[in-house]
Write a protein that binds this ligand. Structure first.
Ligand code: OAD
Length: 233
C-alpha cells in the first residue's frame, strides 16, 4: 500500500518540537497557560502593549539557541531526501528545527520567529535579534518591525498552495498537533474528501483523531522515524 504513495502532505505542530525542549501551547504548563493568547498573539494585543508582545517573541527567538532538532525532525529531512514522489512539509511551528534537522523545503503557515515583517514597507527580512529596542527595517530603515508570525485573526500563509496540495495528495500525515486551531485542524477532512489516506502521529488522540483513517500514539521521536522507515522500505 505504501508503495503506491506518490504524493504526501505532512502537517507538524508543537508536539514535534516538544522533545527538543520547546513548550507546546495547550499541554499542562504550556505557553497558553503562561501567557494570555489575546495579549501576545493578536493584532489588538500588539497595538495595546507592543513591548509585551515584542518581548514575548524576543524570548522565544532567543530560546531557539538553547535547543536542537530531535529524531523526528531528522527523520522528516531523510524522507525529503529519499522519498521518490511529491512531498510538502507544512508546519504550524515558528521555530527553525525542521530546517536545522535538514529539511530544505518547509512551509511555515504560521510564520517564523527568525523573520521580521516591516509594518512600513511590508517586506520580510531574515531576523535573529531582539525587536524590543525598535531596530530599523533592513530594507526601508523604518523602526517598524514586528515578528513575522501569524496572530489570531490573521490569515495563515500560503493557503492556496496548501489546499492545492491537499486536494492532490494520496497520504496526509499530521504530527504533534492538537487539532484545536483552524484552518490547520481542517486539513485532514480536506485531504479525506479528495480520497487521501490520513494518518495521525501524536502523543495522545488529538481533538480531531476520529477523522483519521489511522492513528498511532506515542512520542514523535519514536513514531516519526518508525513511520519514515516503513515509508521508504
Ligand atoms: P498544541 O500545544 O495545541 O498541541 C500539541 C500537541 O502535541 C498535543 O496534542 C500533544 O498531545 C502533542 N504532543 C506533545 N508532546 C508530544 C510528543 N513528544 N510527541 C508527539 N506529540 C506530542 O500545539 P499545536 O497543535 O501546534 O498558533 O498548536 C496549533 C497552533 O496553536 C500553534 O501553531 C499556535 C497555537 O496557538 C498560533 O500562534 C497562530
Amino acid at each position: 500500500m505504501i508503495d503506491q504513495t506518490k504524493s504526501i502532505v505532512i502537517l507538524t505542530g508543537a508536539g514535534i518540537s516538544a522533545e527538543s525542549g520547546i513548550d507546546t501551547f495547550r499541554d499542562a504548563g504550556g505557553l497558553w497557560e503562561q501567557h494570555k493568547v489575546e495579549d501576545v498573539a493578536t493584532p489588538e494585543g500588539f497595538a495595546r502593549d507592543p513591548d509585551l508582545v515584542l518581548g514575548f517573541y524576543d524570548m522565544r527567538r532567543a530560546a531557539l539557541e538553547q535547543v536542537e532538532p530531535n529524531a523526528a525532525h531528522r527523520a522528516l529531512a531523510r524522507l525529503e531526501r529519499e522519498f521518490d514522489g511529491d512531498l510538502l512539509l507544512i508546519t504550524q511551528n515558528v521555530d527553525d528545527l525542521h530546517e536545522r534537522g535538514g529539511s530544505g523545503q518547509v512551509l511555515h503557515m504560521h510564520g517564523e520567529l527568525k523573520s521580521a515583517l516591516c509594518l512600513s514597507c511590508e517586506m520580510r527580512s531574515p531576523w535573529n535579534a531582539p525587536m524590543i529596542d525598535r531596530p530599523q527595517c533592513p530594507i526601508c530603515q523604518a523602526p517598524s518591525l514586528r515578528p513575522d508570525v501569524v496572530w489570531f485573526g490573521e490569515m495563515p500563509y500560503q493557503m492556496e498552495r496548501i489546499y492545492t496540495a491537499l486536494s492532490g495528495c494520496d497520504l496526509f500525515v499530521s504530527i504533534g498537533t492538537s487539532g484545536a486551531v483552524y484552518p490547520a485542524a481542517g486539513f485532514v477532512q480536506e485531504a479525506r474528501a479528495s480520497g487521501a489516506r490520513t494518518l495521525e502521529l501524536n502523543l495522545e488522540p488529538s481533538e480531531g483523531s476520529h477523522h483519521f483513517t489511522q492513528s498511532r500514539h506515542g512520542p514523535a521521536s519514536v513514531l516519526v522515524p518508525q513511520w519514515v522507515d516503513q515509508t521508504l522500505d
